[in-house]
Write a protein that binds this ligand. Structure first.
Ligand code: SAM
Length: 213
């Protein structure tokens, strides 16, 4: 069984956006789009783990230029083939090397990457994201809430409290996928003493963190 999150998204690239077709999630997706388009209006953005550019495309309707990065060339190929209302540049980059991304962006966005980072690595992720944004700059993260009966069941939990789901792709292969879920308090605690302001927004299937450095 595959357990590497990077390989999982490499293999999932072509079927990735099906996750956004779920009927019950459409209202939340529309609400997230409204939030992101308002918050990033006119701002330049460094995007972490952009995937196939699903949110990039939506944000670009109101934002300034976007520099979008992801560790997997296969998802970036799909993102590059889309058209965007603002200039978007793409780069193959792991968040672990975020310091190598260009400087000078006013804000940072990470969609559905937070839940795929080991809990013990999150402080380093926070640090690297903060380093790329000026004081007063905006950081936004979006991810999933745990919804009993709807979320994929947790298959395994490691000693650090990281949770893993069993997922099968169209190629028939099973993957053990790191997917962590957090309370509002846990999420805010990662940022509270580091930044000027943290706001938490909860929708039925999603949460958003809006942070002012
Ligand atoms: C759930 S997808 C989210 C994609 C996109 N942000 C979205 O919301 O539609 C997670 C993405 O994280 C990327 N990823 C996984 N590990 C990464 C890492 N270490 N650095 C950068 N991207 C990573 C995967 O390639 C995948 O595109």
């Amino acid at each position: 069984m595959q357990t590497d999150i990077i390989q999982y998204y490499r293999d999932r690239a072509k079927e990735f956006e099906k996750v956004y077709w779920k009927e019950e999630r459409q209202e939340g997706i529309a609400q997230i789009t409204r939030y992101l388009q308002a918050w990033f209006q006119g701002k330049s953005i460094l995007e972490v783990a952009c995937g196939t550019g699903f949110w990039t495309e939506r944000i670009a309707h109101t934002s300034g230029p976007i520099h979008s990065s992801d560790v997997n060339p296969s998802v970036l190929d799909i993102a590059r083939a889309k058209t965007y209302a603002s200039p978007v540049a793409f780069e193959t980059l792991s968040w672990e090397d975020l310091n190598k991304a260009p400087d000078g962006y006013q804000s940072l966005f990470g969609g559905f990457i937070w839940s795929h980072i080991l809990k013990e690595a999150l402080p380093a992720f926070v640090e690297k994201c903060l380093e790329k944004v000026p004081d007063g700059g905006l950081l936004v993260f979006v991810d999933n809430t745990w919804v009993p009966g709807n979320s994929t069941p947790i298959h395994q939990t490691d000693p650090n409290g990281n949770t893993f789901q069993l997922r099968t792709l169209e190629n028939g292969e099973d993957y053990l996928v790191l997917k962590n879920y957090f309370s509002r308090e846990e999420l805010e605690a990662y940022w509270r003493n580091r930044v000027k302001k943290v706001e938490y927004f909860e929708l039925e299937y999603f949460w958003l963190l809006k942070i002012i450095k």
